[in-house]
Structures are given as structure tokens and as C-alpha cells.
Design a protein around this ligand. Structure first.
Ligand SMILES: [Mn+2]
Length: 358
């Protein structure tokens, strides 16, 4: 190569560099101009994450909210607080969507919590993170120091809340977001069961179906639900943790695992399997009490088992003679049977909370 062309190289590089920096400046100016900070979060990366033992609503709402806020100009990313369950994996595979990464520690980060407001359910380090917002449909928990809240307690799922955030702002809902929100709502409400949903959920579902390109709602739900109840190949501990939540009231910490089975005949076996891991899980999580509710579809009942300090007497106080219309329960040996099955969120948690806060 001649000397002349060698000298031209750095000059060309310099020109290219200048061009690139001009472009960067233009981009920055454009960003600054367009970034109006409509939610008041300010600048900097935002980590959006649902609860530990993520369900479909926790994962889907994080993904959809990240996309929503990106459209408003924010730098954000969706995460999950643990491995996905089979139902959510099926949904992401079906729609060819990439699963969010697992966030192992949120300390020092700017975070938005979706689908929970309980520190015991949150990603590690959440108590030393800046919680910009909680988007949730659960009763008030221990996360009382977030900078803002978008809480709709009557909503059947967080994805329902997000559907209305899009329509409030007249923002277009993409096919991908429609698929995710639809899955989140159907999963949390058990396909719009009256006890778990209301009109706002149904309206959202019927409006999302079209955008999501789903022709047969029942066929889709049946398929995803098969995965929800499928514990094939899972260890006892994995089953126990697959739909597990922890709570704190009055300094008392307790956990509730929910397990679904189809046939009454499976109850005893599942109970025995869960009993082998309950005590260990209680100790590992440093809790005072542990409960496990096994729901049997075909006889529509819940069997509640428990371990830990005073767990038996608290379970009796909470789940016998409940005084709820059409709900009966009885103590059988070392567990409590409830007919028909009861909701963790609507019945178990409020009743335990009332008793433990005395
Ligand atoms: Mn959830």
C-alpha cells in the first residue's frame, strides 16, 4: 500500500466518526425531544418483573408492560423471578415468543413489580431496589413503599389491567401483546370463571381474541390448561413450588402452595408427596407455617394440609365453620376438606390474615 493511501485511512475514519457522532447527536436530540416521561419514572433502565414461581400472568404482564413502556419512550426490559411453568412455556412456544431472562437480584435497580406486592414473593434484593411502580390485582401486602401504584383489586388478572391501559391511551395492541394478555387473563381466571373474574375481564378477552388471531377460545384454553395440570416428570419439590406464594402478617411468615389434580383418587397420593417436602420448604424459606391446598377437579373440593408452629389450630380457625354460603368443610384426621374448592387469593389469604393480625 502506498504512503498516500495510508494517510487517507485515518482521515476517512475521522470523517466517518464525525458522521456517526452527528447521527448520534441527532438521535439523542430526537430522543430528548420525544421523551416526555409521561409516567414520571425519569431516565435509566427499568427492570419489570413478576413474582417468584411465576405463572402465566406474571410473565405475560411483565412482557406486555415492558413493551407498553418502551412505546412511551422508556428503556425497560421484562424479566422473570424464576423458571417458567409448563403452561407458560407452552404459550411462549405456541406464539414463538422468547422467554424473558431470570432476574436473580434486584438490589440497587429501578424496578416495576407486576402481579404481586409482597416482599416474600418478590425477586431477591427487591427491598433494596427502587420500586417505581406496582401493577397488581392482589390485596395490599408488605410492599407499601413503592413510588406509585396501579392497583385494580377487582381485575381478574394484571393482563386485564394492562389491556385497559392500552385502550385508555388509544394505543394499538400488537398481535404479540394480544396473545400474551389473552393467555394471562385466561390462566388467572380459569377461562373467565365467575368466581375469579368479572365483566372487565370478559370484555378484554373478547376484544383480544381477534387481534391475537385465535379462532377457537375453548380449544386454545383446553390446550393450555392441560399443561397447567401436568406434573409429569416433576419432583415433589418442583410440584410444591409450581404455584407457591409466601406472605407476612404481623411478623408471622407463612406460605401457601396450590396443587391441582383431576381425580379424587389422586388426592391421597398427592397429599403424601407434598407432605414429604412441606417441612423442608418451610425451613428453607424461614417461615413459621406452611399450608398446601390440593384441589380436585372432579369432586370440586380442596384438601388443606399444613405444618409449622400453630399451623393446625390456625387452619382450624380459618377453614372450619367459615360461615360462607354454600361452602362446607370438615376436619378429617390431619387435614381439612372444603367443598367446593376455595380460592387462595379470595378466601385463604384474607382469612389467615384476619386471624394472624389479631
Ligand atoms: Mn400471578
Amino acid at each position: 500500500m502506498k504512503k498516500k493511501s495510508l494517510m487517507l485511512l485515518p482521515m476517512a475514519a475521522l470523517c466517518l466518526g464525525m458522521l456517526a457522532s452527528c447521527e448520534d447527536e441527532n438521535d439523542n436530540q430526537k430522543d430528548q425531544k420525544e421523551f416526555t416521561d409521561p409516567e414520571g419514572f425519569g431516565k435509566g433502565k427499568i427492570y419489570i418483573v413478576g413474582h417468584k414461581s411465576p405463572d402465566t400472568d406474571a410473565a405475560a404482564s411483565a412482557m406486555v408492560y415492558a413493551d407498553y413502556l418502551k412505546q412511551l419512550g422508556y428503556d425497560c426490559e421484562a424479566y422473570i423471578a424464576g423458571p417458567l411453568n409448563k403452561e407458560t412455556t407452552f404459550i411462549l412456544d405456541t406464539f414463538q415468543l422468547t422467554a424473558p431472562e431470570i432476574l436473580t437480584n434486584a438490589a440497587g435497580k429501578r424496578v416495576i413489580l407486576v402481579d404481586h406486592n409482597e416482599y416474600l414473593q418478590a425477586v431477591d434484593g427487591a427491598s433494596s431496589a427502587t420500586i417505581l411502580r406496582v401493577v397488581d390485582n392482589h390485596p395490599q401486602g408488605t410492599v407499601t413503599d413503592a413510588l406509585s401504584y396501579d392497583t385494580v383489586r377487582t381485575a381478574g388478572s394484571v393482563c386485564t389491567i394492562l389491556y385497559y391501559r392500552f385502550t385508555d391511551k388509544k394505543m394499538t395492541i400488537s398481535k404479540k401483546n394480544a396473545q400474551l394478555m389473552l393467555a394471562g387473563i385466561l390462566s388467572d381466571t380459569g377461562r373467565l370463571k365467575p368466581a375469579k373474574s368479572n365483566d372487565s375481564d370478559s370484555i378484554a378477552v373478547y376484544n383480544l381474541l381477534d387481534i391475537a388471531g385465535i379462532v377457537n377460545l375453548d380449544a386454545f384454553y383446553t390446550r393450555m390448561h392441560e399443561f397447567a395440570d401436568n406434573y409429569d416428570g416433576m419432583t415433589d419439590s418442583e410440584i410444591f413450588k409450581s404455584d407457591y406464594k409466601a406472605y407476612e402478617v404481623n411478623g408471622i411468615k407463612y406460605g401457601i402452595a396450590t396443587v391441582d389434580i383431576t381425580y379424587k383418587e389422586e388426592l391421597d397420593l398427592m397429599e403424601a408427596r407434598m407432605r414429604t417436602v412441606m417441612q423442608e420448604e418451610l425451613e428453607a424459606a424461614g417461615l413459621d407455617m406452611m399450608f398446601c391446598k390440593i384441589d380436585a377437579d372432579t369432586i370440586d373440593c380442596s384438601r388443606i394440609i399444613y405444618c409449622g408452629n400453630n399451623a393446625e389450630s390456625k387452619a382450624e380457625e380459618a377453614f372450619l365453620n367459615m360461615g360462607i354460603e354454600d361452602v362446607t368443610s370438615e376436619k378429617v384426621g390431619n387435614y381439612i376438606m372444603v367443598y367446593p374448592h376455595i380460592s387462595r387469593k379470595k378466601i385463604m389469604v384474607p382469612r389467615l390474615e384476619a386471624i394472624l393480625s389479631k
